[in-house]
Ligand binder design. Structure first.
Ligand code: PEP
Length: 254
């Protein structure tokens, strides 16, 4: 049984004053959500404050990126140990915005993921095809290659620490969620690949879906056998909407 994991990705939004307003509203709303992991990935500048606000709750702070080196002349970058120092339990790597806008390769993502594991931070490794790739019938092949290359440096004994996020690029920030069936097809493919690479541990790795997830769509997505969570951008900026996503079991349409 895989424990569901619902993660917010605030991206480059909010300032320090917004953090307490958010957590003051969000924490009580999810007080009854005992059987899920809840994660909030915030901009680096907010992590200290966020981790302080979340102290005493089971909600965990996450980074949105990391640099693979331990320290040194990498102006503007943040190392895994610095995220650990801020109280991060997770960090996103390989988000499609980083891949597309900042030219990050899967090989670079692999180094980031292993740097995180060295600091006992769980990587949330994102993969996903573009619309053009899907329309060309290449979705599974693209995801398979990204996944193989992005997980190339994960030691088998740490495989279960990894979370994979399938985020079709055409569904991110577009309001167009993949249908549960489309998402499940890719998740099942990812699951097969994880099992082939990591054996039994691959079956225990959680696979999140991401791409315009909303309170209205989360239940049917989470009801699919290989969808173990959601990575949520836009809707996570509203504490009320994100709380409904966390409480996905209550969102079943009549
Ligand atoms: C994301 O950026 O990870 C994401 C899924 O965004 P959105 O929910 O806005 O599509």
């Amino acid at each position: 049984m895989r424990r569901p994991i619902l993660a917010a990705n605030w991206k480059m939004n909010l300032t320090s004053a917004d953090v307490s307003a958010y957590t003051n509203r969000f924490i009580p709303l999810v007080a009854d959500a005992k059987d899920v992991d809840i994660v909030i990935a915030a901009p680096f500048t907010l992590l200290d404050r966020l981790a302080n606000e979340l102290a005493g709750t089971a909600i965990q702070a996450a980074g949105q990126n990391v640099h693979p080196e331990e320290s040194g002349a990498f102006t503007g970058e943040i190392a895994a140990a610095m995220l650990a120092d801020m109280g991060c339990a997770y960090a996103i790597v390989g988000h499609s915005e980083r891949r597309a806008l900042f030219g990050e390769s899967s090989a670079f993502v692999a180094k980031k993921a292993s740097a995180l594991l060295r600091c006992e931070i769980r990587p949330i490794v994102c993969v996903g095809e573009t619309l053009q790739q899907r329309d060309a019938g290449r979705a599974l092949e693209v995801v398979e290659t990204q996944l193989r290359e992005s997980l190339a440096e994960i030691p088998g004994e740490q495989a279960e620490q990894v979370v994979v996020a399938y985020e079709p690029v055409w569904a991110i920030g577009t309001g167009r969620t993949a249908t549960p069936e489309i998402a499940q097809e890719v998740h099942a493919h990812i699951r097969k690949q994880l099992s082939a690479q990591f054996g039994e541990a691959g079956n225990r790795i959680r696979i999140q879906y991401g791409g315009s997830v909303k309170p209205e769509t989360v239940y049917d997505l989470m009801n699919q056998p290989d969808i173990d969570g959601a990575l949520v951008g836009g809707a996570s900026l509203d504490p009320e909407a994100f709380s409904r996503i966390v409480l996905y079991q209550n969102q079943r349409n009549p």
